[in-house]
Design a protein around this ligand. Structure first.
Ligand code: C2O
Ligand code: CU
Ligand code: CU
Length: 485
């Protein structure tokens, strides 16, 4: 057992243990971080997920009611072929309807698992996913309209690795849980009795629900044990609303190798990386010097919102610890240098024939907000989400350029059924972390994105586009579209 105290010494512990998490785990002995169980579906071409209720003992807290797939909290990591059909069976043993959306899979609307595709209690949903896209880290989560935030908070989420089996040849770490770590970052709130709780106030709905305790892969206060070499971190922000600004405690670079839906052509060394709800980034960290360090995050950027309206964007407060790393000198360090080429690509689409669309993410503010029904407090282009209304129609093969703008807050904007290129952010070239293929982008002001629709979606089972702050999505900041073809 490693005590948190020794981990934090030499890190400027005082400045790291900030108001978040407010419940510091300083007295709890740290356990090694566990990966989600790995299900390899690459040879069978099939897997099942059983949504179930359970109980989770978060260290330092009371036993909490949680939900998961095949386990009490969260779901397994499923490894899938990046091309070919995969057959899924989703069983729902919960007592309410759920749905399972494959966030980042570019699959037709009729198997996308959106809010029109509910799996009732006791029922099984069996889609066949015709996957055909570059290798990437994507994820799955419930998408039940009006309940997405609560169901994901309870634990209905997990990770998918899309693979082509070539990562060894690329010189990338591939040993699950040793030098290839899947990290689901979430924050949770615990009530006076120490139980995980989701009670949403008006303020929570406006800001998005923020926790007071960091949870990684469903664990509180765990430490990642890593070899003395290059380690791959597949980062997923599975939080309802928190936006992380990640950095390593000694300032060493994170080598960005993959964005939401694909590998880059070459790594980009970054000192900080922002990670908004729904986004995934893959980075390599070189632990070759054998030093123990920590992954830190700045405070939630939207907490500067009120300041933002007055021209100040930076949230106050020192960084907090997301995950400490401890070197195990006995662990095999298979990769010792960051590869120069990754064999992925950066999008460079032809925008000349693109149809244009404007998307504004709106929120009602102040007393006006309180007077609206909970489902109508947020909207896109002035319209709150309506299950029975298709917001626009497009066709297979169509290229579209969307100018997406947000006021007052930053909103992570996600589109189903496509991957997109970021053309600009606030009139400038995209930040380096947004130069790869994306399906979710943090809108801080305005961004232009370019995409081509390759998969169909019908009026009965349309694609969604929405803010990935789940309280905003449930509150109406979502729309739907069809792709005919
Ligand atoms: Cu990750 Cu429509 O969601
Ligand atoms: Cu999605
Ligand atoms: Cu939002």
């Amino acid at each position: 057992m490693i005590s948190r105290r020794t981990l934090l010494s030499g890190l400027g512990a005082a400045s790291v243990m900030s108001q978040f998490p407010v419940r510091a785990w300083a007295t709890i002995p740290s356990k090694p971080l566990q990966m989600p169980p790995l299900v390899d579906a690459t040879s069978s071409g099939q897997f099942t997920l059983t949504a179930q209720a359970g109980e989770t003992d978060f260290p330092g807290h009371a036993a909490s009611r949680t939900w998961g797939f095949d386990q009490p909290f969260l779901g397994p990591t499923v490894r899938l072929n990046h091309a070919g059909d995969t057959a899924v069976a989703v069983h729902n043993t919960l007592d309410e309807a759920i749905s399972v959306h494959w966030h980042g899979l570019v699959v037709p609307g009729d198997v996308d698992g959106g809010p029109h595709q509910l799996v009732d209690p006791g029922q099984t949903w069996s889609p066949v996913l015709p996957i055909d896209q570059p290798p990437a880290t994507v994820w799955y989560h419930s998408h039940t309209h009006g309940k997405t935030a609560q169901q994901v908070h309870m634990g209905l989420a997990g990770v998918l690795h899309l693979t082509d089996g070539q990562d060894d040849a690329r010189g990338l770490p591939t040993t699950y849980g040793t030098d290839d770590l899947t990290l689901v970052l979430q924050d949770r709130r615990f009530d006076q009795d120490g139980r995980m709780s989701y009670r949403v106030t008006m303020h929570d709905q406006m800001m998005g629900f923020l926790g007071d305790t960091m949870v990684v892969n469903g664990q509180v206060g765990a430490t990642a044990i890593v070899p003395k070499g290059v380690v791959r971190l597949r980062l997923l922000n599975g939080s309802n609303a928190r936006i992380y600004t990640l950095a390593l405690s000694d300032g060493r670079p994170m080598h960005l190798i993959g964005t939401d839906t694909g590998l880059l052509d070459a790594p980009i060394a970054l000192e900080t990386l922002s990670l908004a709800p729904g986004e995934r980034y893959e980075v390599l960290v070189d632990f070759g010097d054998g030093k123990d360090i920590s992954l830190l995050s700045g405070q939630n950027v939207n907490e500067g919102m009120m300041g933002g309206m007055m021209g100040r964007r930076s949230p106050s407060g020192p960084p907090f610890e997301v995950l400490p790393f401890v070197i195990d000198p006995a662990a095999p360090a298979r990769i010792t240098r960051v590869p120069e080429a990754l064999g992925g690509s950066r999008p460079n689409m032809d925008a000349s024939s693109a149809a244009r669309r404007r998307i504004t993410l709106d929120m009602a503010m102040g007393p006006g907000m309180m007077m609206r029904r909970a489902e109508d407090r947020f909207s896109i282009n002035g319209q709150a989400f309506d299950m029975s209304k298709i917001n626009f129609k497009t066709q297979v093969g169509q290229v579209e350029k969307w100018r997406v703008s947000a006021n007052m807050m930053m909103h992570p904007f996600h589109v189903h059924g496509v991957m997109f290129q970021v053309l600009s952010e606030n009139g400038r070239p995209p930040r380096p972390q947004n130069t790869g293929w994306k399906d979710t982008i943090l809108i801080d002001g305005e961004a232009e994105i370019l995409m081509r629709f390759d998969r169909p979606a019908s009026e009965a089972l349309p694609y969604m586009f929405h803010c990935h702050i789940l309280e905003h999505e449930d509150g109406g900041m979502m729309g739907q579209f069809t792709v005919s073809g």
